[in-house]
Design a protein around this ligand. Sequence first.
Ligand code: F6P
Length: 507
Amino acid sequence: MPRPTETKAWQALASEAARMREVHLRDLFADDPGRSERYKATAAGLTLDYSRHRVDDATLGRLVDLARAMEVEAWRDRMYAGARINTSENRAVLHVALRDLDDAFGCAVDGVAVHGEVRTVLAQMRAFSEAVRTGAWAGHTGKPISDVVNIGIGGSDLGPRMVCTALAPHHDGPRTHFVSNVDGQAITEVLEAVDPETTLFVIASKTFTTQETLTNAHSARDWFLASGADDAAIARHFVAMSTNTEAVAAFGIDPENMFRFWDWVGGRYSLWSAIGLPIVLALGMDRYEALLRGAHAMDRHFLETPLDQNLPVLMALLGAWYNNFLDFSTHAVIPYDHRLRLLPSFLQQLDMESNGKRVTRDGEPVAWATGPVVWGGVGTDAQHAFFQLLHQGTQVTPVDFIVAETPAHGLASHHRILRANCEAQAEALWRGREAPQGEPHRAFGGNRPSSLLSFERLDAQTLGALVAAYEHKVFVQGVLWDVNSFDQWGVELGKAMAGALLEKGAG
Ligand code: F6P
């Protein structure tokens, strides 16, 4: 594998950067008025408008050259073929198989097809969720389940929590609550709001060894038993999603009530697996399958579309352009959509846990920037919080604006204002404004790049496509930087130290 900096494309991009540093987006628009129409990619119901980026055809050509030099297509094909591309953990990476409902990709690990097992768990999720949602699965005193409490952290929390929030207008199942933090306040607040007779705890942990999750799960079980329920009642009120059957049984959950997944599903890529159970309980299996189908449509696009029109590839290349060549080391995600308010936190884990790496796949130190700091917030709130820095700060932060054409609510005037604000911010960022005489504080330099990701409406299918687009973006960037995007050794040390401190009696 070539080191990225040693490719001809990298060197050409370094020259491009020297050229582009002197060019303003105002000039790019003036010289090429057609760029607004041309710099668009569409996929699975999403449109990416990338005309407000500090690139022209030559820059884009060199970026695609870099993707070719780093063998993005070959790595993508290896991922879909079930190769063990997560080398430090010796695992395949097959979240695309989880949403391949018709087995179009025929994914297999070591020659063994995975589709059958995936379908079996999906059928188990359907049967269980329908029983809970209809009341056929009742609590131990015979009352229907009114509340579901998901106990999990990181990938076993952020994805389902974000999806349930984003699709809240479609919520027609039991109320859902999410407890992740080991801070006892988190679970205390939820337990105060629910009734032990009508609450189902879903314990989400790939490893079933995560300290925060097990601590919260034990507290939930103690609370449940303290209500007068006996051990046998646990089976009606506790289920698990995990890869670790032994640990689930040791906790006291009947393995019959375990929804399994596999080591080829990374934690931050697991909302498409049994970890999606709270989504299914809240929204129903048909909507969950629509989410999977939306992601699959993006998977197909990513697999089949030439690099220069490939939506997640373009997102990745533009990110690398800023991170590696213009030294913009942070990236903001700003949905103009209240429902997507948790998307920035979800993407922080997806991106920063995947590409926050300092050695190559072969263990050599990198000599180039890898994953950027990803952050963000929801528009228009963010305008009144941190946009000052986006417009006039000394650091340039590329932005992803995300917006739906049609809202889920009936307040058309609100949506017009929301969209106008989104467009205005993107416009102000690139165009800037000269200061009135003697008022330098009112100058906007402009030339600040952004993407606009838009879609007709935010439904399960669109959300699936949106999340999958970001997953593939992160994958492509990992390939460009020659890092393993699928391990997370960086979180181990702190975990081990906390364990050691507790053994010494700290806290
Ligand atoms: O924070 C590290 C991590 O391993 C994440 O990658 C993962 O999503 C999270 O912990 C939770 O792990 P588990 O599902 O095994 O409890």
